[in-house]
Design a binder for this molecule. Structure first.
Ligand code: ATP
Ligand code: MG
Length: 207
């Protein structure tokens, strides 16, 4: 941001080749910075126990519809199909903080869309486990090497720096997902194989 602005101040403002472009780039970087600050704030609020969950009974299937709607455009652009593996005519009532779980699912779905070379899918399944539902977000993208899987939930951790950079991102999405799931007293896990794909699973209490 500083670089763009300095260049503009040092004469770039009068150069029609860059003046508009550099303002657009600076604006984009600021947008990104705001997101990073927000994400870090979420994490620290969970860690300090300040984040209060707003628990409600709601239908997971409806929430997933919402998440898919939010990311439909991006999926289409990357040629990724968003799919539901669970039965559509049932309801899956859980007791949880709807806004936070929307964020968890969003982060997982966006990753599934981003870390794939296209023509793939992101598929969500819901499994009935007596007192819980197990939610699985699976893709057939790049996959994650075993060594990296251990560190994937750390803040700022990204796997393939060059490939990840192309896609943009900070390395906070999974850290937030883990914090939010754990704030519910639940767990999140990963299974992944390079070249085959990745699946994240987490549990929620039934309503
Ligand atoms: P952010 O989510 O903050 O925008 P990010 O996507 O890089 O940035 P995370 O969501 O925390 O951060 O993911 C960390 C890293 O894990 C990613 O950079 C990517 O390398 C890897 N990763 C995450 N999800 C997947 C996936 N579904 N398939 C392959 N790699 C993944
Ligand atoms: Mg992410």
């Amino acid at each position: 941001i500083q670089g763009y602005i300095l260049t503009l101040l040092e004469g770039g403002l009068d150069d029609p080749d860059i003046n508009h472009l550099y303002l657009v780039k600076a604006e984009k970087s600021i947008d990104r910075m705001i997101q990073v600050v927000k994400d870090l704030e979420y994490i620290s609020r969970v860690e300090s126990g300040e984040l209060e969950l707003v628990r409600d009974d709601f239908d997971l299937a409806k929430l997933i519809d919402e998440v898919f709607d939010l990311h439909e455009m991006r999926a289409k652009k990357n040629k990724i199909k968003l799919m539901q593996a669970y039965r559509n005519d049932l309801s899956y009532m859980v007791n949880a903080d709807r806004k936070r779980i929307l964020q968890v699912l969003s982060n997982l779905v966006i990753n599934g869309i981003k870390y794939s070379s296209g023509k793939g899918y992101v598929k969500i399944d819901i499994l009935d486990m007596e007192r819980h539902f197990l939610i699985e977000v699976a893709d057939n993208g790049f996959g994650i090497p075993a060594d990296d899987q251990k560190r994937i939930f750390e803040r700022f951790y990204r796997v393939d720096k060059s490939r990840s950079r192309e896609e943009g991102g900070t390395g906070l999405g999974l850290s937030i997902a883990k914090h939010f799931v754990e704030a519910h007293g639940q767990t999140i896990n990963i299974q992944s194989e390079v070249g085959r794909g990745t699946a994240f699973t987490f549990t929620l209490n039934k309503a």
